[in-house]
Structure formats: C-alpha cells, structure tokens
Design a protein around this ligand. Structure first.
Ligand code: DC
Length: 228
C-alpha cells in the first residue's frame, strides 16, 4: 500500500527539496516545498516595506497574499513554480536577501497559522510529499511516512557553495557555513513549531552520499509497509 502522505523535514541544505521533488516524481505524487511559502511571505514583506519583526503586520500580510505552488511552467531547472499574487517569483525567493530574513518571518505564529491551513488543505487530497521543518511534528502529525533528512553543517555549506557556483555566484564557504548555523539556531530555538525530528521519524543522514544514494535510501524507507 502506498502512503497517502509523506513528510520530509530537516535543516537548511540537507537536500530535502531535491530529494522530495525526486520522490514525488518517482511516485507520481504532488510535491509541496513549504519553505517556498515562507520565502514568498518574506519577499512580500520586503517588497511592501513591512518590517520582518512586526508580527501583527506580517500576520495580516500572510492572510492577504495569494501563494500558489504548482508544476514548473518554465523549463529552466526549477522543480516547481511559485506565484505570489499571480507573479512568478520562483527564483526571486532564492535570493540572499530572502535567506537573511526568512527565519524571522517564519517565527511569527500568525504567519505559520495562515500557511498551515493551506498546507493541510493540500495534504487532504492525498498522494503528497510535503517538505519543511515541522511537517511530521505539527502540520501532518499523522503522515504515514516521516523522514528526517540531515547532514553535517560542513557538508551543507559545501553543497550550498556548489549550488551557488552553478548559478554563477561565488561565496566563501566559511560565510555560508556561518549563515547555515545561524538559520539552524533560529529554526530550532523558536518557540512555535521548531525544527526537530518527530519521535516516529526515520532519520536519514546524507553526508558523503550522492543524490542518487540518498534518494534510494529515502525510497526504501517509504517502501517499508508500516513505519508506525
Ligand atoms: O527550506 P527553506 O530554506 O526554503 O526554508 C526557508 C525558511 O522557512 C527556513 O528559515 C525555515 C522556514 N520554514 C519553516 O519554518 N517551516 C517549514 N515547514 C518550512 C520552512
């Protein structure tokens, strides 16, 4: 029996989006990268001059904007297309200026509530792979498969450096490592829905593994008939 919902959580740069998209493609499931939703809220805040520390204004903004995530509309290497009020922001939400404020935005309980509603709505249809920080713990505590994908901070910084280089951006690895550690700290120490593995999640470590190897391990966890 194929699971209805698959939750993949883990820290920044663990490969969740890459692996999640491949798992969804392999199984013919919908793929939802919830990080993209928080990034879209952060972008809307920057565009409209909303202070990333002003919780009530952010909450209102999160309720007003329309975020749509769907299959790729352009063949430029994207795994999905993100629309913010109808505008394609798929690449813009990956900018360094978003990286810098997104954890602050994602800390706001009202922002999380607005996203949670949409995330659960999509999962209710079933056959979904949902990727984030709190999917197995908060968003879909009854997900039939839960995976916590992780790698050392050094490995994640190395991958980030490669990913940026592929897009023509050169950044010192030390600086990237510092940013990753800061985001890990903000994401794990926030009071609402912090980053942590669900008690019933299977932890998959990907240090030193290729995408293909990590994908095989995740698929084998999913194939186990009963995780819980
Ligand atoms: O996975 P990512 O780097 O695109 O996530 C962007 C930010 O959003 C990250 O700082 C953590 C936050 N996030 C979250 O709080 N909950 C989720 N389910 C997904 C992402």
């Amino acid at each position: 029996m194929r699971p209805r919902t698959i939750a993949i959580d883990g820290p920044a740069g663990a490969g969740k989006s890459t692996i999640g998209a491949l798992v969804a493609e392999r199984l013919g499931y919908l793929f939802l990268d919830t990080g993209a939703m928080y990034r879209a809220v952060a972008l809307a805040a920057l565009d409209r001059g909303v202070d990333p520390d002003a919780a009530p204004a952010l909450e209102k903004l999160a309720q007003e904007i329309r975020i749509t995530i769907g299959p790729p509309t352009v063949r430029d290497g994207r795994a999905y297309t993100v629309l913010l009020d109808g505008k394609d922001v798929t690449w813009e939400i990956r900018d360094a200026r978003i990286d810098r404020v997104v954890s602050q935005v994602a800390r706001v309980p009202g922002v999380r509530e607005a996203m949670l509603e949409q995330q659960r709505g999509l999962a209710a249809r079933g056959r979904v792979v949902m990727v984030g920080r709190d999917i197995g713990t908060v968003v879909l505590p009854d997900a039939e498969r839960k995976i916590f994908l992780t790698a050392s901070a050094a490995e994640r910084a190395r991958r980030r450096e490669e990913e940026l280089a592929a897009r023509g951006e050169q950044r010192p690895r030390q600086e990237l490592l510092h940013e990753i550690l800061r985001r890990d700290q903000l994401d794990s120490e926030r009071p609402v829905a912090p980053l942590r593995a669900a008690d019933d999640a299977i932890v998959v470590e990907t240090d030193g593994q290729s995408v293909g190897q990590a994908l095989d391990r995740v698929l084998s966890v999913i194939a186990r008939s009963s995780q819980r």
